[in-house]
Design a protein around this ligand. Structure first.
Ligand code: MN
Length: 206
């Protein structure tokens, strides 16, 4: 994945219709080709004017270890976050997928949440609790697992945690198919989670 300026919109790792019937083709086309593309264009536009920022990777631009000039800091954070979050979301989906994790992550989820169903309830509640636009995440925080939310295009990377899984709950992610019923979208999301990827991220092999 090209992680440095100039950023390009890498293709989805599957076809636009691959997530049907859980996420519809039109939503995926708009989401990847329009919404994500806009974040990429905006991020490139800022870095075009700020050559000193081009040495930083996408993750470095949002991990708070660097401080872009105050005049463009918000712009950089929002757009780099928009690129990172969308890629993380898209790459975490797969259809068909397994309904639940099986490896070390499965044992960790059982240990920290009590059971997979309890984790699912916790994650769903978090996704539904996001007021307006944002994301819900499963993250690894040292040896712990946690479910967290982020507003707009903020990311949990700023808190020194490792994301394992996320759901985009901006309305553009689901409105064409699920209309105003975010809960139905979250249910469909659980049908297409790439648990093997989340497990690989958890185990540090990815
Ligand atoms: Mn989105």
């Amino acid at each position: 994945m090209n992680d440095f300026y100039p950023f390009v919109n890498t293709p989805l790792p599957y076809g636009y219709a691959a997530l049907e019937p859980f996420i519809d083709e039109k939503t995926m086309r708009l989401h990847h080709d329009k919404h994500l593309q806009t974040y990429i264009n905006n991020l490139n536009a800022v870095l075009k004017e700020h050559a000193e920022l081009r040495k930083y990777s996408l993750e470095q631009l949002i991990t708070c270890n660097i401080m872009p000039p105050s005049a463009v800091r918000t712009n950089v954070r929002r757009n780099a976050g928009g690129v990172y979050n969308h890629r993380f979301f898209f790459y975490g989906l797969k259809n068909p997928s397994s309904p639940a994790p099986t490896g070390a992550l499965a044992r960790a989820i059982n240990g920290y949440f009590g059971s997979f169903d309890k984790f699912r309830t916790r994650f769903t509640d978090a996704a539904l609790s996001v007021f307006g636009s944002g994301y819900a995440w499963l993250v690894r925080d040292g040896r712990r697992l946690a479910v967290v939310t982020s507003a707009n295009q903020d990311t949990p990377l700023c808190n020194n945690v490792s994301p394992l899984l996320c759901i985009d709950v901006w309305e553009h992610a689901y409105y064409l198919k699920h209309c105003n019923v975010r809960a139905d979208y979250v249910d469909d999301f659980f049908e297409i989670i790439d648990w093997a990827r989340a497990d690989a991220l958890y185990s540090g092999s990815k």
